[in-house]
Design a protein around this ligand. Structure first.
Ligand code: ZN
Length: 272
C-alpha cells in the first residue's frame, strides 16, 4: 500500500486488571493491504480482551467489538486483519481495549469437584462467615476460615499459580482496604480461579507459573488487608471484566468420605 497516506493512530487502554500491563499488550503490524492486530500474553492463564475499533477507511475482519481469549504465555497472537478500503484516502486506525484474566464468556465449569479443606491434615477450623454472609460476603460465595496468623495453607485444588501479592502488612476495615489484600491466585483446569486471601506478609511459598498439587502447602495465613481478624478468605470464581462471579463449591470433610457445602458457624476437621 501507499505509505504516503496519513494515518491517525489512537490507542486507548482501559485496564481493569490487577496484573501488570507489561504482561499483556495489543498492537498492530503493517501488512500488504492494511494492518494486522496482535496480542502478547505473558500471564500464566488465558486473558480475555474486549476490543473496540475506531477506524475509518479500514474494514475489520471481526467487526466492531469482540471479546477474544488470548492463550497464556503467547506472543503475536492473531486477533484481526484491518483492510484498507480506498488507498487514495486517509486512514484512521485506533482501538480501545480492556482485558482481564480468564475466559469471560465461559459459563460451564466442574460443579462436582471435590475441594480439599485448605489446611493441614489433623487440624480443624471454624467457618466464621459462609456464602452470602452478613459481614462482608454480601451476594458472594466466599468462605472465611478462622485461623491464627501463620497457619499453613494447603491448596484446595491443583492448578497453576497466576499471581502472588504478599507485600502488604496493613490491616484495616472497610471495603477500600481490599487493595491492601495479600493473596495467592490459582488458575484451575476447568477455567475457574481460586483466591487465598489475607496471607501474611511474605507468606507465600509458591510463585507465579508454579504448578501446584491439591493438598500442597502454598503459604501461611494472616490478617492483612480488609480483615476484621486473623482468617483465610477463600473464593472460587469465574472472572468477568468488571467483577468476579463467585461460585459455590463442595469440600471433602472429616475422613474424606463426606462431600458437602460448608456452613457458617460450623467447625470442620480434616482427617484425610
Ligand atoms: Zn471473607
Amino acid at each position: 500500500m501507499n505509505r504516503k497516506h496519513v494515518v491517525f493512530w489512537i490507542l486507548s487502554l482501559c485496564w481493569i486488571t490487577v496484573f501488570s500491563q507489561e504482561n499483556f499488550k495489543v498492537y498492530y503490524q503493517e501488512t500488504d493491504d492494511g494492518y494486522k492486530i496482535l496480542a502478547d500474553n505473558g500471564e500464566f492463564c488465558p486473558v480475555s480482551v474486549e476490543i473496540d475499533f475506531k477506524i475509518e477507511n479500514l474494514t475489520s475482519s471481526i467487526g466492531d467489538i469482540k471479546i477474544i481469549e488470548v492463550p497464556e504465555q503467547t506472543t503475536q497472537f492473531y486477533i484481526a486483519d484491518l483492510t484498507v478500503v480506498d488507498r487514495k484516502k486517509a486512514l484512521r486506525l485506533g482501538f480501545s481495549v480492556r482485558y482481564n484474566h480468564g475466559d469471560h464468556l465461559q459459563e460451564d465449569y466442574d460443579t462436582d469437584y471435590a475441594y480439599h479443606l485448605p489446611f493441614k491434615k489433623g487440624t480443624e477450623h471454624m467457618v466464621t462467615q459462609g456464602y452470602n454472609g452478613t459481614i462482608s460476603h454480601h451476594n458472594e460465595n466466599a468462605l472465611d476460615f478462622r485461623m491464627p496468623i501463620g497457619t499453613p495453607i494447603y491448596a484446595a485444588r491443583e492448578g497453576k499459580v497466576v499471581l502472588v501479592e504478599q507485600s502488604f502488612n496493613k490491616t484495616c476495615t472497610g471495603e477500600d482496604c481490599a487493595r491492601f489484600n495479600n493473596y495467592i491466585l490459582v488458575y484451575h483446569s476447568d477455567g475457574t480461579f481460586a483466591e487465598y486471601t489475607h496471607i501474611k506478609k511474605d507468606g507465600a511459598i509458591v510463585a507465579p507459573g508454579d504448578l501446584i498439587k491439591k493438598g500442597q502447602h502454598i503459604g501461611f495465613s494472616g490478617n492483612v488487608g480488609w480483615s476484621t481478624g486473623p482468617h483465610l478468605h477463600f473464593i472460587v470464581f469465574l472472572q468477568r471484566f468488571n467483577d468476579r462471579e463467585t461460585l459455590p463449591t463442595k469440600f471433602l470433610i472429616g475422613n474424606g468420605k463426606e462431600f458437602t457445602q460448608l456452613e457458617e458457624g460450623k467447625m470442620y476437621r480434616k482427617s484425610y
